[in-house]
Ligand binder design. Structure first.
Ligand code: SF4
Ligand code: SF4
Length: 311
């Protein structure tokens, strides 16, 4: 059965499959509130195409990341694999319950998800409604937690998204990673165009949302010279130096309309997840990623527009 599930997952786009026994989770984990009979959590990791990140890295194409690396993965590819695996388990007489991140629901009252429009999020839902996705991915052996909170996989580094299936079927456990990928180099933090990552690796969600959406004009080919004309600190914002609050972040985000959003409230990423691409380039250069490519991910020095273009 384990081999059959692994094969089916791979046929449906998963690159990494891990099995975490229920004992790896705390008794009060939301997993057991969602499905008390859970005996195994099946983790499914899907690599994001490296070429899609290269588009934003080069400044040549942006929309592909949002549609093909976020929207289509989250809304089509990943649920399809989850459903097929869940159906196979039910066919064999077990219970199966897919768990994918709901991008528009969060427990926090005043946080946000940079990947979707801030005003499309329903806040204040209790923590029980969603499992801890990163912790669960680590427990399933899909990767380790990197400094800036990304899951780092030994083949694909941070270029991976993930989801789960809960089941009452029991399987032999996948080993968890002994952390060996993140070396604390800080490249992820240094690469953020909006200084959203603090010295401890925590990401300020509002700071991230503003700059994920492209508020840094020196890294945004779509920003007009008079951007943010009504905001007093417009040059500070455009330089990536503005420290935002939830209120100021909303004002800035309301003034970012340089590029269309995708379906399902997904916002176009203009930063191109620079934190992740810097991490990937670093890990690849160090030779720690097992999946090799014919040419390096990073081919030239970072490019930037001048702040003078906006004065
Ligand atoms: S860039 Fe360096 S510090 Fe950041 S997650 Fe990757 S390896 Fe860790
Ligand atoms: S690089 Fe982009 S995704 Fe990463 S923390 Fe900064 S704004 Fe957020």
């Amino acid at each position: 059965m384990k081999n059959k599930i692994t094969e089916l997952a791979k046929q449906n786009g998963a690159d990494v499959i891990g099995f975490a026994p229920a004992e790896r989770f705390e008794k009060d984990s939301p997993i057991f509130q969602i499905m008390p009979e859970t005996k195994t959590v099946i983790g499914l990791g899907f690599r994001i195409l490296r070429g899609i990140y290269r588009g934003i890295e080069e400044g040549s194409t942006y929309y592909q990341y949002t549609t093909m690396a976020v929207e289509n993965m989250e809304e089509t590819v990943m649920p399809m694999a989850q459903l097929k695996i869940a159906m196979m388990l039910e066919e064999a007489g077990y219970i199966a319950l897919p768990q994918r991140r709901h991008q528009q629901i969060m427990a926090e009252e005043d946080s946000t998800n940079p990947e979707v429009a801030y005003d499309a999020i329903r806040r204040g839902r209790t923590a029980e409604t969603q499992i801890d996705f990163l912790d669960t991915a680590v427990k399933c052996g899909l990767g380790e937690k990197g400094f800036h909170g990304a899951l780092l996989n030994e083949d694909h580094g941070p270029f991976i998204r993930y989801c789960f299936v809960l089941t009452d079927a029991e399987f032999e456990a996948t080993e968890e990673y002994a952390p060996h990928i993140c070396d604390g180099c800080g490249a992820c933090r240094a690469a953020c165009p909006g200084k959203a990552i603090d010295a401890d690796g925590n990401i300020d969600p509002w700071q991230c949302a503003v700059y994920y959406n492209g508020a840094n004009g020196t890294k945004n080919p779509f920003m007009p010279p008079d951007a943010f004309a009504d905001l007093d600190n417009r040059l500070e914002i455009i330089a990536g130096e503005a420290k935002v609050t939830p209120e100021t972040a909303k004002k800035i985000l309301d003034n970012i309309y340089f590029y269309p959003p995708a379906q399902h409230a997904y916002q176009c990423s203009i930063c191109g997840r620079a934190c992740d691409t810097a991490c990937y380039a670093h890990l690849e250069e160090k030779g720690v990623l097992k999946k090799k490519y014919k040419t390096p991910f990073r081919k030239r020095e970072d490019w930037k527009f001048s702040l003078n273009d906006f004065k």
